[in-house]
Design a protein around this ligand. Structure first.
Ligand code: ZN
Length: 269
């Protein structure tokens, strides 16, 4: 009779251990959110322009939270979901994402969508120069040289659908990390099917049937119109190829690319 409660206690103890693996980092998350909530109540915010404001504060009654307007897709380049969860809970790594999608399709929602994750880094897309401030970051557990799993893609599509509806994200604004940071990043890899996403309304795909390219067509300007930073044309072309022509590992615009770009620039502009 005495052994049963002891066993139960043991099960409870180990159960609690597993459950609380991230207890201290969760506590840190909550503490940081609390500090930001305090910041939201401040007027004027201490780091704002520092002008001489009127003595009598008048707050508007009409406002809401800022919303994400882009989705950036990554592959983790790590060997397991567990490794990524660990990376994103170590302060010294200074990196994070809103969502991590494991190989089996499990989705970890690591950060409130309205807060800023550290996933995009330096880059440029169109006129956007601070992508972390206006985007949701999604990391897919994949080492970069293997196909993405079906459960993973299903979870991703369901998540994208929810995000698109919740924040009214334009179809053009679903891009990859390599689109944002050509040369510096190559994720998600050539195994990722952007065509599948475009068919569901996340990003655009091309149709070159009956496309006639004008003689004065400027392919680089088309890349710029789509969003690419063309300061270094070769690496912009490389990112475009990873996204739209994954089987082609060159950095050269050929006649087939011209047709694709001529069609795409109309969809993205
Ligand atoms: Zn990335």
């Amino acid at each position: 009779m005495k052994r049963i409660p002891a066993l139960l206690l043991l099960v409870f103890f180990f159960g609690a251990c597993v459950h609380n693996k991230y207890a201290s980092t969760n506590k840190s998350y909550k503490k940081q959110v609390k500090n930001y909530a305090k910041l939201l109540r401040e007027y004027p915010v201490k780091d704002s322009a520092g002008l001489q404001y009127a003595d009598n504060w008048v707050g508007t009654t009409n406002f809401s939270m800022r919303r994400p307007n882009f989705v950036i897709i990554h592959h983790t380049a790590q060997d397991s979901c567990e490794q990524t969860l660990r990376t994103f809970t170590l302060p010294r790594t200074a990196v994070s994402a809103h969502y991590v999608i494991c190989e089996d399709g499990t989705v970890h929602h690591m950060l409130n969508d309205l807060l800023r994750a550290h996933h995009a880094g330096l880059g440029k897309w169109g006129s956007v120069s601070d992508m972390n401030s206006c985007s949701i970051g999604i990391e897919i557990d994949n080492n970069g040289s293997e196909p993405f799993t079906e459960p993973q893609m299903n979870s991703l599509l369901e998540l994208l659908d929810r995000l698109k509806k919740a924040y009214n994200i334009p179809q053009a604004n679903f891009i990859g990390h390599m689109d944002w940071a050509p040369g510096r990043k190559v994720d998600p890899s050539r195994y990722f099917s952007w065509q599948t996403l475009a068919e569901k309304g996340f990003g655009f795909w091309f149709d070159t049937t009956n496309v006639e390219v004008p003689v004065d067509f400027n392919a680089l300007q088309a890349l710029r119109i789509i969003g690419y930073n063309i300061n270094k044309p070769e690496i912009a072309i490389q990112s475009y190829k990873i996204h739209f022509v994954p089987q082609d590992t060159t950095r050269i615009i050929n006649d087939a690319d011209k047709k694709i770009l001529f069609d795409l620039e109309k969809k993205y502009q």
